[in-house]
Design a binder for this molecule. Structure first.
Ligand SMILES: C[S@@+](CC[C@H](N)C(=O)[O-])C[C@H]1O[C@@H](n2cnc3c(N)ncnc32)[C@H](O)[C@@H]1O
Length: 196
């Protein structure tokens, strides 16, 4: 089995079992997402692709507040892609992997913003995923990341590793040229921004 088939099979198994309770349960531990959406919405852009949109929760919030924007997603799990497509019929949700997916093809143009919300921690190859996203941004565009940081890594390690999740270390973000890195309370989560 290739790593892609292996990772997709894991994700589909996991989300088939949990997608019905996903949004309700994640409200209690995927912190910082709405702050990032507010800050994204304060910027000037018309095209955004979310990598790993999951149930489409973030795309739905963005669409409500910026209905004219072109929104898309690149999703590795068939189960989650079907879920997001049902919830966000106005979005284009393509199958593919963060590490090597053609992000520019999702909307047919390089997006001005790319969002990775609590998915970098799940990727098989985080370095390739960041490089791939930056390479596909429109000139002047930005990649935004929000994900688990140090506190989550310490407090929830057994839980996270059971679900193939690894907190995001700051040095990964700095090594890839993040221009802005900040942490939520007690360093539970990290928010980072990268230029194109
Ligand atoms: C924890 S969920 C987060 C969902 C959503 N971004 C949110 O903030 O609620 C992670 C999502 O990333 C997707 N995912 C995991 N690995 C991926 C990869 N290598 N490429 C693309 N999507 C991936 C999962 O299928 C899932 O939908």
């Amino acid at each position: 089995m290739t790593w892609e088939a292996d990772h997709r099979a894991f994700l589909d198994r996991y989300y088939r079992a949990t997608h019905r309770v996903y949004d309700v349960s994640r409200k209690y531990f995927l912190f910082g997402r709405d702050g990032v959406l507010d800050r994204l919405l304060a910027g000037d852009w018309a095209t955004l692709v979310e990598i790993g949109p999951g149930t489409g929760r973030n795309l739905a919030r963005l669409h409500r507040r910026r209905p004219d924007a072109a929104l898309g997603g690149l999703e590795a799990s068939d189960v989650m892609r079907a879920h997001a497509a049902r919830r966000c019929p106005w979005a284009r949700i393509s199958p593919g992997f963060a590490e090597d997916g053609d992000i520019g093809a999702v909307l047919g143009v390089p997006p001005q913003r790319i969002l990775m919300s609590y998915c970098l921690s799940m990727f098989v190859d985080k370095d390739r995923a960041i490089d791939n996203a930056r390479r596909h941004l429109a000139p002047g565009g930005e990649l935004w990341v929000v994900d688990f940081s140090d506190l989550a890594a310490r407090a929830m390690r057994p839980f996270l590793s059971a679900f193939h999740v690894e907190a995001v270390p700051d040095d990964l973000l700095h090594r890839h040229g993040a221009t802005h890195v900040e942490h939520g309370p007690l360093r539970y989560y990290v928010v980072a921004r990268f230029p194109a």
